[in-house]
Design a protein around this ligand. Structure first.
Ligand SMILES: Cc1cc2nc3c(=O)[nH]c(=O)nc-3n(C[C@H](O)[C@H](O)[C@H](O)COP(=O)(O)O)c2cc1C
Length: 237
């Protein structure tokens, strides 16, 4: 009883502290203020193909940071509720931008309901951002198979071991799954799970953003015309 009341006193003290803390917890970001001065982006700089323009910027980005292929993938439910997460770009060409994931994950479910997505790259060392929007489809099974087989055995088994985006009881669940799979398959003959593979985002729109002084940034967009050509437009920053 005495012990119980001590816990009660202690508990109330923490909850008072918690509420004071909550009320006072506010922070500002005023110290983070940066001028962007490195480059400019002009219409005459642009490649006629947005894919080639992306390629030129990607080649510059890869020199100066780890994982320049990390990008934000935004999806939305059928009724328009968005969600975003980081994924890795695994390839691109004039057909689109390819990433790999679990088709039954939250993103997979959203893409099934609503096959539109946005991609976002931020390359701070170049003061650049690229936005890409388009329609999404699964890549051909043979292409997903080939990529899956190029991954290390641990990653291949990991794709089987993790029911991505599902609630699990503990970390041990994953470790036990991996242990059982390793005992069963070793690193041989690990086929691609049917619920795992690639998505290709086929762009209808690109925006290339270059930071400039005084917040007068350059924003040049490529918008796909109905005849398959790209129209270039400058947007106000
Ligand atoms: C740098 C980085 C790279 C990632 N790459 C991938 C990836 O290529 N594929 C993937 O499914 N998840 C990747 N993730 C994990 C995702 O951000 C996310 O946690 C996971 O896909 C589940 O998202 P969802 O529940 O919205 O489907 C990556 C995370 C980070 C931080």
């Amino acid at each position: 009883m005495v012990l119980g009341s001590r816990f009660w006193v202690l508990g109330s003290w923490f909850s008072v502290l918690g509420s004071i803390h909550k009320r006072e917890f506010r922070t500002t970001m005023n110290e983070f203020r940066k001028e962007y001065t490195l480059h400019g982006l002009y219409e005459f700089d642009l490649h006629p193909s947005p894919f080639m323009q992306f390629h030129a910027w990607f080649e510059q980005a890869r020199g100066g940071m780890a994982e320049p292929n990390a990008m934000t993938l935004a999806t939305a439910t059928a009724d328009g509720r968005p969600s975003a997460r980081t994924v890795l770009l695994k390839g691109y060409d004039e057909h689109g931008f390819v990433l790999y994931t679990n088709y039954e994950s939250r993103k997979g479910m959203e893409l099934q309901q609503n096959p539109w997505a946005a991609l976002l790259f931020y390359w701070p060392h170049l003061e650049r951002q690229v936005r890409i929007e388009g329609r999404v489809g699964q890549v051909e099974a043979a292409e997903s198979d080939a990529y899956f087989q190029s991954r290390p055995a641990g990653s291949r088994l990991g794709a089987w071991a993790s029911p991505q985006s599902q609630v699990i009881a503990s970390r041990e669940v994953l470790e036990q799954n991996l242990e059982q799979l390793t005992a069963r398959y070793g690193d041989e003959n690990i086929s691609r799970p049917p619920h795992w593979g690639g998505y290709r985002v086929s762009p209808l729109r690109f925006e290339f953003w270059q930071g400039r002084p005084n917040r007068l940034h350059d924003r040049l967009c490529y918008v796909l015309n109905s005849d398959g050509t790209w129209r270039i437009e400058r947007l106000a920053p």
